[in-house]
Write a protein that binds this ligand. Structure first.
Ligand code: ZN
Length: 70
């Protein structure tokens, strides 16, 4: 299998680095949901537009946004 984001070899949907970033995104979103009523899409949008988002997380967020639009 190939990583959905970068085409590197992957065990699951993502390669090791994107998998890690993805898990962080999900975890962070859970924390955000408790603090504010932000939707998954809004949250991904925030991540992509935040200059402090790491490169891996940004790539995953962009990928997730694209797959949301389908
Ligand atoms: Zn990857």
């Amino acid at each position: 299998m190939k990583c959905k984001v970068c085409d590197r070899k992957a065990e699951n949907e993502y390669c090791e680095l994107h998998e890690k970033a993805y898990r962080n995104i999900v975890k962070e979103h859970d924390a955000w949901k408790k603090a504010s009523d932000v939707s998954w899409k809004q949250y991904l949008n925030e991540l992509v537009n935040n200059p402090y988002t790491g490169v891996w997380a940004r790539e995953v967020a962009e990928h997730l946004m694209k797959s949301e639009e389908k």
